[in-house]
Design a protein around this ligand. Sequence first.
Ligand SMILES: [Zn+2]
Length: 183
Amino acid sequence: MIGGMFPFIGGRPSLNFVATLGRRHAVPVERLPDPEALRRWIGQAYGPAEPYEISAADLTEARTLREALYRVLTAAMRGQRPDPGDVAAVNAAARPPDLTPQLGEGDVRWRADEGVRAALSAVARDAILLAGGPLMKRVKKCENPDCSLLFLDDSQARRRRWCSMERCGNQAKVAGYRARRSG
Ligand SMILES: [Zn+2]
């Protein structure tokens, strides 16, 4: 796939980070295949940052955290207690200093002494506030079975069924229309 195509439609940084593994119920699509992809995701999620290093070990750590986040969030969606090991991993990731916003020339630049760790901390903190707070009941899974993306339903009626109309909603409508025509 083309580099840099990350879905940013979850409505929260932690949900967008979880979405870097796509099609979880089909053949998963790894959107963080190398450290540079992780750097691109962080840049797109948080904006321009001061230069920092990303090692292969950082990438492994990021993917491990991502899967712990996914399990914690889906447990919360089902009203189940999350696995204590996953909770410990997410809490540990949230402890280092977060990315610090710095005012540039009319824009925001992020800086951190440890770029990756700070970005993962920001993502973990977001997930904790989400999973432990009142917005959790608005987190949904896209109804397209091939998609499975988690998103925050911020619509007034709270009846959103798809991650986005463009990606999955229109597909479902077309499929439903075809089924009605042929049935
Ligand atoms: Zn979807």
